[in-house]
Design a protein around this ligand. Structure first.
Ligand code: ATP
Ligand code: MG
Length: 397
């Protein structure tokens, strides 16, 4: 098929041609944000899911949904090793400058911008990565104490007041939230809690890996009750079929049932893989309909492509011991596995491997679906580990 017309979109954060199976959660968020805007009690939402399930694209789509209803949004991606105030400040500034164009909100938005100037100046000592333009002189006493807990709360409160006056809401969309340090997360939760108590229209929609849930709870014990945590995972089979067939149909191309069946089985309905397989099967096929033979040929190419990119970048970030740990897990199969069984593979004590297990969790390679269990964060990674580290040399130290 003409590669120029190939509709599929494998990648990180690249919008799929058909965002399948997410209507319910989108609708839930739409309602929740509309309620926030009206000052009605609702919970902030955190999308929880493994790598490549579509958290980022969903977050972006929800943000578009909100903007189309006149809600103001901020978009932040937390990288490793950046402070929360340094990420928030420039985005809040943009949001407030936009809000200040709303006649009703103008004077309060400008006050919030003063607050932001004071906030950034006072916190610059502790968080030297804060870089933000100053539009107004600080207002003495407003968000300028120099401690994040107090200042963030004061700042979000004035921002919320401005949004309320403008009859809108300000929603912070924060991706990769698990990278925000625990104490900063705690302050953010406190500030949001305070705003919710005051019925101010400001809230967060976050996204992150499964460990985020526990991290939120550790940061603030009441976080469990303040947030909803919808789980974003592999698609239902019917939705996965749609994710593949609809984009082709839009280009006048059909799939034979056998071809779809095979791709569904191999990708395990995992969103990233659906795009990867879709892309290759399109390029392989000569004419419509796409056949099972096309699917088989595409499968070989897709796995090779994953080995070269998706799996490879993850593998390259590992230390030798981390690689051995994952290889030992792979030996046991797809998982989840008991930590004790993994340790046994390496002839080591569980406790001596706890640090490496923690590092792997922090790197987003594995997660703990339940206490004492360990699982890969992406499907098919076990098979990759066996391909890249064949034999049993990994067993010896
Ligand atoms: N609902 C969906 N239907 C079809 N394809 C999807 C869907 N959601 C995501 N995808 C595709 O899956 C891939 C991964 O999406 P995305 O980058 O949003 O995942 P993620 O969960 O943010 O991953 P990471 O944790 O690595 O950041 C993209 O190629 C995207 O187009
Ligand atoms: Mg993402």
């Amino acid at each position: 098929m003409d590669p120029i017309l190939n509709p599929y979109a494998p990648g990180a954060g690249t919008q799929p041609p058909e965002l399948a199976g997410r209507d319910q959660v989108r609708e839930a968020i739409r309602i929740s944000l509309a309620r926030t805007r009206l000052g009605k009690p609702t919970k902030s939402v955190i999308l929880i899911g493994l790598r490549g399930v579509g958290k980022t694209v969903l977050l972006d789509r929800m943000r578009e949904d909100a903007e189309s209803e006149g809600i103001h949004t901020l978009r932040i991606e937390a990288p490793e090793n950046r402070s929360l105030p340094s990420l928030l400040a420039p985005q809040l500034r943009l949001g407030l400058l936009r809000l200040s164009r709303n006649e009703r909100a103008k004077s309060l938005a400008e006050r919030a911008l003063r607050g932001l100037s004071g906030f950034a100046k006072a916190l610059k000592v502790k968080y030297d990565d804060i870089e933000v333009g100053f539009d107004f002189e600080p207002e003495p006493g407003l968000a300028d104490n120099g401690d994040l807990e107090h200042d963030l709360q004061a700042l979000l409160e004035v921002v919320g007041e401005a949004a309320k006056k403008g009859e809108t809401a300000l929603i912070m969309f924060i991706d990769e939230l698990q990278y925000v340090p625990e104490n900063e997360l705690a302050f953010l939760i406190t500030a949001l809690h305070r705003c919710a108590q005051r019925s101010l229209p400001i809230a967060m929609v976050g996204a992150g890996l499964p460990q985020l849930r526990g991290k939120m709870g550790k940061a603030k014990s009441y976080a469990e009750r303040l947030f909803d945590y919808p789980e974003i995972g592999s698609l239902e089979e019917e939705d996965a079929r749609l994710a593949l067939s609809q984009p082709a149909k839009d280009e006048g191309v059909a799939f034979e049932k056998g071809a779809l069946d095979q791709i569904i089985a191999e990708t395990k309905c995992y969103p990233y893989f659906l795009q990867e397989w879709g892309k290759h099967v399109w390029d392989v096929a000569v004419e419509s309909p796409i056949t099972r033979n096309d699917a088989s040929a595409a499968s070989v190419i897709s796995i090779a492509a994953l080995d070269e990119s998706f799996f490879r970048v993850r593998f390259d970030r590992l230390t030798p011991l981390e690689k051995r740990y994952l290889r030992a897990m792979a030996e046991l199969g797809q998982g989840p596995h008991r930590s004790g069984d993994v340790a046994q593979q390496l002839c080591r004590e569980v406790t001596s491997l706890a640090p490496v297990r923690n590092q792997l969790i922090n790197k987003g390679m594995i997660y703990s679906p339940s206490h004492g269990d360990t699982a890969f964060t992406v499907p098919l990674f076990d098979e990759y580990m066996k391909r890249i580290m064949p034999g049993d040399e990994w067993k010896a130290a």
